[in-house]
Design a protein around this ligand. Sequence first.
Ligand SMILES: Nc1nc2c(ncn2[C@@H]2O[C@H](COP(=O)(O)OP(=O)(O)O)[C@@H](O)[C@H]2O)c(=O)[nH]1
Ligand SMILES: [Mg+2]
Length: 558
Amino acid sequence: MDQNSYRRRSSPIRTTTGGSKSVNFSELLQMKYLSSGTMKLTRTFTTCLIVFSVLVAFSMIFHQHPSDSNRIMGFAEARVLDAGVFPNVTNINSDKLLGGLLASGFDEDSCLSRYQSVHYRKPSPYKPSSYLISKLRNYEKLHKRCGPGTESYKKALKQLDQEHIDGDGECKYVVWISFSGLGNRILSLASVFLYALLTDRVLLVDRGKDMDDLFCEPFLGMSWLLPLDFPMTDQFDGLNQESSRCYGYMVKNQVIDTEGTLSHLYLHLVHDYGDHDKMFFCEGDQTFIGKVPWLIVKTDNYFVPSLWLIPGFDDELNKLFPQKATVFHHLGRYLFHPTNQVWGLVTRYYEAYLSHADEKIGIQVRVFDEDPGPFQHVMDQISSCTQKEKLLPEVDTLVERSRHVNTPKHKAVLVTSLSAGYAENLKSMYWEYPTSTGEIIGVHQPSQEGYQQTEKKMHNGKALAEMYLLSLTDNLVTSAWSTFGYVAQGLGGLKPWILYRPENRTTPDPSCGRAMSMEPCFHSPPFYDCKAKTGIDTGTLVPHVRHCEDISWGLKLV
Ligand SMILES: Nc1nc2c(ncn2[C@@H]2O[C@H](COP(=O)(O)OP(=O)(O)O)[C@@H](O)[C@H]2O)c(=O)[nH]1
Ligand SMILES: [Mg+2]
């Protein structure tokens, strides 16, 4: 990460005096005080300065320094706050464990978001089933028994050295490789966790560049991070469809030996995977894969919908999620707690720009075009969608007709986009013209990163904060095909209005449509009938797995 360029951009507000000398914000404050002229004020100020310096010195001596990684991230942590100062707190005894989804007993200060999120959200209408809750508590016990550092883990590691294993080990593992954009990572990790739940495996997370900077530990008492000395980590980047232990490769080349049990397998479930890799979704193949103690998975997909089509899993899934379209909503809220640094980004922004509005509208603008834009056809699409769907009011271009409303409703619009243009445009429109309803519209965009910079920590921190902020809105507009938007809608429990993907740089008609459910779309599902061994449309087999609104060949739970 280019820390210098970040610091340059985020340095305190600067102004210039006398032509060339620049002073920062704190200098400006001092100058104001002095220019008021009275000696009394000067003395008061000097006293304050001395007291302040002493306090700073004390705090430097007695206070813990932020960790090095925090300093590298370059932004401040969230503060520990009393319940009394949270925005929109109506009930301070609110359900901080989210209906039993979260375990109690975590240290609150080390991960503020875990138990504070409830203060920023409306209560979810979707309750986790008691079966899911007990499954999670049992999973946590398994994770603690088998996790890194335990005797079972050490025993299992020894198996990795062998081609085949002898006998059944106590614990089995699935290792998730950090891969792809942040939205994809969140969705694929949730999918792999669900697979771990269904197959009694322990999930271990390759931290990649920044997983540990972005997310808190979700399991009480034992880390989910793959230890840094895991013997295969340096092979992760090179694993692909041609790897000798790739399951699809082995099926294709008929080198599966059903006599002995392999110590590990690589599962290639990336969007470019082939028909043989897709055999993962067949029950018979699951029986074979199920015995292997170490599974290493690379995927950028939300493959949950296809798990529901595996006969051996669907009973359990029905018990876990009687409300079928709540899988990511619950698992996402269970797993993904932003670290204090990211939580600081979320809460400071929320409190500064969103908490006081009567209604919060999220608009997530993701344009998949070589050219970064902004584009007029996308701008037209946003205003057409938000006005037709009555999410935002029209403006009255006859300024003098300005409506006066005694207590106007205040809507805060949160725009997220790599480009600044769309929010700027909306902001100008609602400043230059009155709304036809008299409503007051504030438009806010936290960042304008320009382009995707997946390798940079701060960039990903902001991306996560923005997904999270979008999930705190009352109504959400997302962009077709975007996993960034899927994460926001799922965490928020929101059925978004989807801005359909424009073709030939033309505003689509209709510009948007309401999603059937809040679930993410599986972008590259298999179309195969494992029993009949023939192709089949997997989007028409059961009523709860359908084709997506934004990708005709995708699958989603409804
Ligand atoms: N901060 C920020 N980053 C974004 C935004 N849109 C895209 N990005 C970046 O681009 C990446 C896109 O990958 P992904 O999260 O998978 O979203 P998708 O490409 O829309 O599916 C994100 O993870 C961010 O790094 C945005 O609105 N805000
Ligand atoms: Mg993506």
